[in-house]
Design a protein around this ligand. Structure first.
Ligand SMILES: [Zn+2]
Length: 420
């Protein structure tokens, strides 16, 4: 059966129908009023916006939903790391898989059809997290629910004699099925050398790199520049992503612009993670706490690939979060001053680009990765964050949440001004 999403609007507010073909995984037809075919299963998208599906460029499925078991009363990054590292030695593969599966299903139900998750590797956890997430990756692929990418998030240190075991574990994780080399150079005694170590491991495996980068308000920490420089010097072409880049957000404008240019020229994508950074950063500052969000405007102006992600969900690093890209988009609108259209780009097209995935558009031949969500427009849909959604992955409807009973037609709601 093909699927016909009928009667929605697209991002520009135009009436649109979309036919998806599960045999090809692609969009078969797009038009303002397609005639239903005998093979069509119909999805009524009246009062809904039909969008390219979000992608999640930075999750921690191995940590998700653990807030009650590993509480972080301090609420800051150091407290979160301490709470998690005290808890993780007790984790079994089965327990990790159970939480990771539940968190992945939440993301899928909210429209996300491609997920990149960082997974802890290091003392006390070894490769158990990687094994659990590898099982989940196979499960989601077999059930054709979503695409999962696994980043081996090696614990610090990665450098010096004390980093030897971790260097071996990172290589072992990539050998054991992790897709991408990760790490936290800003937590290493030598952030520049740690960045080089991560690139070494990625090169040896022929894998991309995705690093937690400068996740601190300390303006002297700018290892992201070293990452950009090394990517160019080495001719590293398998894909480089800098996640967080909090310290870039507290630089003067001219530094932000220079670094943004360097990142654009090096082809390093930046993933902004407003939810976790707003939660963890500037905890000690009672007056005018910094927002902890990277220099998104400078990065966009420089032509960088910029993505927005949800990061931590109900774990020691963030005790809230609903696994919903529209929540991330709303935070980017309120806390980073993006327009709703820019914010949605970051959680959809930007996220897919950072993950090395092909682009999605409402045109025939595009990958059929779609979300229909209740709303009169994109801005309205972000504002509402309605659970009323249909989710299409590889041309199949993989999640369908219908809110019944209290749905007033949107035509009775005053129209919203266009945000320019
Ligand atoms: Zn993270």
């Amino acid at each position: 059966m093909t699927i016909l999403l009928r009667g929605g609007v697209d991002v520009s507010g135009e009436r649109v129908d979309v036919r998806c073909d599960p045999t090809t995984g692609r969009i078969a037809a797009v038009g303002p009023d397609l005639t239903p075919a005998p093979t069509d299963a119909l999805l009524d998208c009246f009062d809904m916006v039909i969008l390219p599906a979000p992608a999640e460029p930075h999750a921690h499925l191995d940590k998700a939903l653990s807030a009650a078991a590993a509480p972080n009363p301090a609420g800051d990054l150091e407290g979160a790391i301490a709470a998690w590292h005290a808890y993780r030695p007790s984790l079994t593969e089965e327990e990790i898989l159970g939480r990771a599966r539940a968190a992945a299903h939440e993301l899928i139900a909210h429209g996300t059809t491609a997920i990149r998750t960082h997974v802890d590797v290091g003392p006390g956890i070894g490769l158990r997290g990687i094994a659990a997430l590898r099982t989940l990756r196979e499960e989601l692929a077999e059930q054709r629910l979503a695409q999962l990418q696994i980043v081996a998030l090696i614990s610090p240190p990665l450098t010096g004699p004390e980093g030897e075991e971790n260097r071996m574990l990172l290589a072992a994780a990539l050998e054991a099925g992790a897709d991408i080399a990760g790490g936290c150079p800003h937590l290493d005694p030598d952030p520049v050398a740690a960045t080089a170590c991560a690139l070494d491991a990625a090169e040896a495996a022929g894998a991309p790199v995705d690093l937690h980068t400068d996740e601190t308000l300390n303006p002297r920490m700018l290892a992201v520049r070293d990452l950009a420089r090394m990517v160019v010097e080495r001719g590293f072409v398998t894909g480089a992503v800098a996640s967080h880049c909090v310290a870039l957000g507290v630089q003067p404008s001219h530094v932000q612009e220079t670094v943004a240019r360097e990142l654009a020229e090096a082809g390093v994508a930046v993933v902004s993670l407003p939810q976790t950074n707003l939660y963890l950063q500037a905890r000690g500052d009672a007056v005018a706490p910094a927002r902890g969000i990277t220099a998104i405007r400078a990065l966009l102006d420089a032509g960088c690939v910029v993505a927005g992600g949800g990061d931590n969900v109900r774990d020691p690093f963030n005790c809230v979060g609903r696994s919903d890209a529209l929540e991330t988009a709303a935070l980017l609108v309120a806390a980073a001053h993006l327009t709703p259209e820019e914010a949605y780009e970051l959680v959809s097209a930007g996220a897919r680009a950072a993950m090395g995935l092909p682009a999605v558009a409402l045109v025939p031949g595009s990958p059929a990765e779609l979300m229909a969500v209740r709303g009169a427009s994109l801005a309205d849909a972000i504002a509402r964050g309605s659970e009323h959604r249909y989710v299409i992955h590889a041309g199949r409807c993989v999640a369908r949440t219908e809110v019944r009973g209290a749905l007033a037609p949107l035509s009775t709601v005053p129209s919203h001004p266009v945000f320019t």
